[in-house]
Ligand binder design. Structure first.
Ligand SMILES: Cc1cc2nc3c(=O)[nH]c(=O)nc-3n(C[C@H](O)[C@H](O)[C@H](O)COP(=O)(O)OP(=O)(O)OC[C@H]3O[C@@H](n4cnc5c(N)ncnc54)[C@H](O)[C@@H]3O)c2cc1C
Length: 312
């Protein structure tokens, strides 16, 4: 029986692990990926995390993990498939939850959900068929395979613009396809993008279909204003249209909003007593590393407060 099970070892989960170990809680942290660090391990540069400008995302993830390891946090390699309430507890008695995974079950008095988020899909014909054969969701991971080739990035936010800039270093040509006539990305990224000769922005357009034989050869692109469609020859497409929370497993246990983000108060407490949330999977304004690590620390403080005076 644990005091705390943390699900997910991205920035939020790792920060929670550091605070929980220092607080002397009997805890484990469960991660489904072979590598900790969450979404940041796929980004080539993080330039807004205080005190470590221009750090590689993977390296930052490894630093976070090393910190938790150094304090003796126990990691379990497993995918959580559900959380069940065994005993609701009371004002004087701690609840009991069973965390079910593909590598065993774990009983605990409290849980911190730090499962973060994952990439949205376009949900168009050809997308599933060509994943790994020209369709990618991670420019940092797959960009180098497209050296000297023509690629497209779909999206208009920071990640899409960063991806296009990154790909321009390898590819002969990069198209940035965006459904509107202006980008959402920060100005500093836009300035860099517009200064690169081998990037062309295709405005007011959406990808309707991804086509090819063994691998991607072209995209069917529609102009949303005049409804004209054109074939765009590319060797690959990088989809960067946003993220969705990884919370579907918990929707029956705790309250989530219409997009699936967990509803929680300032202290990370969810609608189920003893279950707390931290990081990108919670409803909040800004989803970044700095807010995820803050949430992780905050959630552990809430766990400690919650367990005070409760019989275990
Ligand atoms: C390409 C990209 C670039 C970014 N750049 C920046 C940046 O420059 N600066 C910045 O501040 N932020 C950046 N972000 C955002 C930042 O990465 C996130 O805000 C942050 O990673 C959120 O941390 P998290 O721990 O909440 O979730 P995540 O990082 O999503 O981690 C969640 C973890 O939970 C695990 N998990 C999920 N479900 C389960 C399950 N069922 N069982 C077990 N484990 C599970 C996942 O494998 C993952 O390791 C970027 C994001 C992306 C995608």
């Amino acid at each position: 029986m644990y005091d705390l099970v943390i699900i997910g070892s991205g920035p939020a989960g790792l920060s929670a692990a550091v605070y929980a170990k220092r607080a002397g809680l009997n805890m484990i942290i469960i991660e489904k990926n072979p590598v900790s660090g969450g979404q940041i391990i796929d980004t080539y540069e993080v330039d807004n995390y205080l005190g470590i400008p221009g750090v590689n995302g993977f390296d930052l993830g490894m630093k976070f993990r090393e910190h938790a390891d150094k304090l003796g946090a126990e990691f379990v390699d497993a995918t959580v498939t559900g959380v069940e309430c065994v005993d609701k507890g009371s004002d004087t008695k701690a609840p009991v939850y069973k965390v079910v995974t593909d590598n065993g079950e774990f009983e605990t008095h409290t849980v911190i959900l730090a499962t973060g988020a994952h990439h949205s899909k376009l949900q168009i014909p050809g997308e599933e068929e060509f994943i790994g054969k020209g369709v990618s969701y991670c420019a940092t991971c797959d960009g180098a395979f497209y050296r000297g080739k023509v690629t497209a990035v779909n999206g208009g936010g920071d990640v899409a613009v960063e991806d296009a800039i990154f790909l321009s270093r390898f590819c002969s040509k990069v198209y940035l396809i965006h459904r509107r006539d202006e980008l959402r990305a920060t100005k500093i990224l836009q300035e860099e993008l517009f200064g690169l000769d081998n990037i062309e922005v295709i405005w007011d357009s959406v990808v309707k279909e991804i086509k090819g034989e063994d691998k991607v050869t072209h995209l069917v692109v529609e102009n949303v204003k005049n409804k004209e469609t054109n074939n765009l020859d590319v060797d690959g497409i990088f989809v960067a249209i946003g993220i969705v929370p990884s919370t579907d497993l918990f929707e029956n246990l705790i309250d989530c909003d219409e997009k699936g983000y967990v509803i929680a108060s300032e202290d990370g407490a969810t609608s189920a007593p003893g279950i707390f949330v931290a990081g990108d999977s919670r409803k909040k304004r800004l989803r970044q590393i700095v807010t995820a690590v803050a949430d992780g620390a905050n959630a552990v403080t809430s766990v400690q407060d919650f367990l005070v005076g409760k019989e275990k």
